[in-house]
Design a binder for this molecule. Structure first.
Ligand code: PLP
Length: 423
C-alpha cells in the first residue's frame, strides 16, 4: 500500500534514528568521518561501500533530508545543496559546456536571470522565451541546445506553466525539462508525475518554512535518456544510464564546486518538511482571501493571483494546480511612492526579500530583487514600479485583512508612512 502525501512527509523513507530511537535524525555536525582501516576508507572513496568520509561529499543528516525529498518527489535521487541558486547552477553546469545553449522561460526568479548572465560569460548561451510552446521553441532548438528551464508558478509574474504540455514538448525535441517548483512545491504540483525530468526546489522557502536556513535540492526523476551524441560532457557517467545525471552531479559537479549543505540546515529542513501540507494549505487560503479582499478596492490598480477569476491563469490554477493558487500574490498601487508608503504602513507584514515564511512578507521587487534588470526585462517578468509582492503567511486572516486594508486607507488618505496609526 503506498502512502498518501501527508503521511509520506512524516514517514516516507524515514524511520527515526535506528541507533537510539530518536524521532528525528540527529545532527551529525562533523566535517569528516573516520574509518577503522585504510581498506574501508578506500572502499568509500571508490563508491564500493556505503559510508561517510567528508561532509562536503556526503553527511548522514543531509542524506536523510535528501531521501525524504526523493520519496515525496517520487524521484530517483536528490542532492541537497547550499542554496536554491546553487541547485540551479549545478544542474545546468552538470549537463552543459561552453558552446552549449539553454532555453528558459522569461518569468523566472530574478537571481536565476542574473545567473544566466554569468553562464553566458562562460560561453553557455541562454535563450529566453515568453512561453514554452512549439512556436517559440522550434526556431531556437539546435544540436547545441541542452535543456529547457521554467518555474511552475512564475515569481512574481504568477503565470502558470502547463508542466505536462511543456515536458511533452521538450521530450519531442529530445530535451530534458527542468522545473523550478519552489513556489508551488510538491504539495501543489507533482512535477515528476507530469513529466518534468529534474526538479529544483529552493528549500529556503516553503520546505524549510520558517526562514531559518538557506538551501536547495535537486531531484532527478531518472527518466531522461542522456545520449552520448548530445551529452558527451557527461563522459564516463553515461554508461550508468538512468543514474548518469546524479552520479556525475555527486561525484563531480557538486563535490568539486563545494556547494554542500550544512547538517544543521538539513535538520531544520527535515523538521519543516513534516508540516509542509498544513502550512501550504493555510498559505494558499490566506493568499486567496487577502487577494480577494484587496481586489477592486479604491486605490488598487490590480491584484494578481492565479485563483482570482481576473487572472489569465485562472483555468490553469484550477486544472493544473488543482485549485491551489500558491502563497504569493501581487498588487499594484499606481505609483512607486504609494507602494513604498503602503509597505511602510503595514503592521504585521515584514518588508523583506523572501517568500514562504510562516509570517506574511512583502517586498517592492522593482527596486530590490529586479534592481539589476532593465525596465523591459522587468515588464517581461511581470515587475512594475507600483507593484508589491506579498507572500501570505499563516496568521489569522482577519488580522491580515485589517493590516492590509488599514495600510490602503493610510495611503488613500495620504497619511504619512505609518499613518500615525500604530505608533
Ligand atoms: C528563492 C528562489 C530561488 C533561489 O533560492 P535561494 O535559496 O535563495 O538561493 C530560486 N528559484 C525560486 C523560484 C525562488 O523563489
Amino acid at each position: 500500500m503506498s502512502m498518501r502525501f501527508d503521511t509520506a512527509l512524516l514517514h516516507g523513507s524515514f524511520k527515526g534514528d535506528e541507533a537510539t530511537g530518536a524521532t528525528l535524525i540527529p545532527i551529525y555536525q562533523s566535517s569528516a568521518f573516520g574509518q577503522k582501516t585504510a581498506e574501508e576508507i578506500e572502499k568509500i572513496f571508490r563508491n564500493k561501500a556505503p559510508g561517510y568520509a567528508y561532509s562536503r561529499i556526503s553527511n548522514p543528516t543531509v542524506a536523510s533530508f535528501e531521501n525524504r525529498i526523493t520519496y515525496i518527489e517520487k524521484g530517483l535521487a536528490s542532492v541537497a545543496v547550499s542554496s536554491g541558486m546553487a541547485a540551479i547552477a549545478l544542474t545546468l553546469l552538470n549537463i552543459s559546456k561552453a558552446g552549449d545553449e539553454i532555453i528558459s522561460k522569461s518569468s523566472v526568479f530574478g537571481g536565476t536571470l542574473d545567473f544566466f548572465k554569468d553562464i553566458e560569460k562562460l560561453g553557455i548561451k541562454v535563450h529566453i522565451v515568453e512561453n514554452i510552446t512549439k512556436e517559440e521553441l522550434e526556431p531556437l532548438v539546435n544540436n547545441r541546445t541542452k535543456a529547457v528551464f521554467a518555474e511552475t508558478i512564475g515569481n512574481p509574474k504568477l503565470d502558470i506553466t502547463d508542466v505536462k504540455a511543456a515536458a511533452d514538448l521538450c521530450h519531442g525535441f529530445g530535451l530534458p525539462f527542468i522545473l523550478d517548483n519552489t513556489t508551488a512545491t510538491t504539495y501543489i504540483l507533482r512535477g515528476i508525475d507530469l513529466g518534468a525530468d529534474i526538479i529544483i526546489n529552493s528549500s529556503s522557502k516553503y520546505i524549510n518554512g520558517s526562514s531559518n536556513s538557506i538551501s536547495g535540492v535537486i531531484t532527478d526523476s531518472g527518466n531522461f535518456k542522456w545520449t552520448e551524441e548530445k551529452y558527451a560532457v557527461m563522459g564516463e557517467y553515461l554508461k550508468l544510464g538512468k543514474f548518469a545525471f546524479t552520479a556525475k552531479l555527486r561525484n563531480d559537479t557538486f563535490r568539486n564546486f563545494g556547494s554542500c549543505l550544512s547538517p544543521m540546515n538539513a535538520y531544520f529542513n527535515s523538521l519543516g518538511l513534516e508540516t509542509l501540507s498544513l502550512r501550504m494549505e493555510r498559505h494558499c487560503e490566506n493568499a486567496l482571501l487577502l487577494a480577494e479582499a484587496l481586489e477592486g478596492k479604491e486605490g488598487v490598480r490590480e491584484v494578481n493571483y492565479p485563483l482570482l477569476k481576473s487572472s489569465p491563469y485562472y483555468d490553469r490554477a484550477v486544472n493544473i494546480l488543482g485549485g491551489k493558487g500558491g502563497g504569493i500574490f501581487t498588487l499594484r498601487l499606481y505609483t512607486k511612492e504609494r507602494a513604498f508608503a503602503f509597505i511602510n504602513s503595514l503592521k504585521y507584514a515584514v518588508n523583506i526579500t523572501n517568500i514562504g515564511d510562516t509570517k506574511t512578507l512583502v517586498i517592492h521587487p522593482s527596486s530590490t530583487i529586479y534592481a539589476h534588470s532593465g525596465e523591459a526585462e522587468q515588464a517581461k517578468a511581470g515587475v512594475y514600479e507600483d507593484l508589491i509582492r506579498v507572500s501570505a503567511g499563516i496568521e489569522a486572516i482577519e488580522d491580515l485583512k485589517e493590516d492590509f486594508l488599514s495600510a490602503l486607507n493610510c495611503i488613500n488618505e495620504k497619511l504619512p508612512p505609518g499613518g500615525g496609526r500604530y505608533v
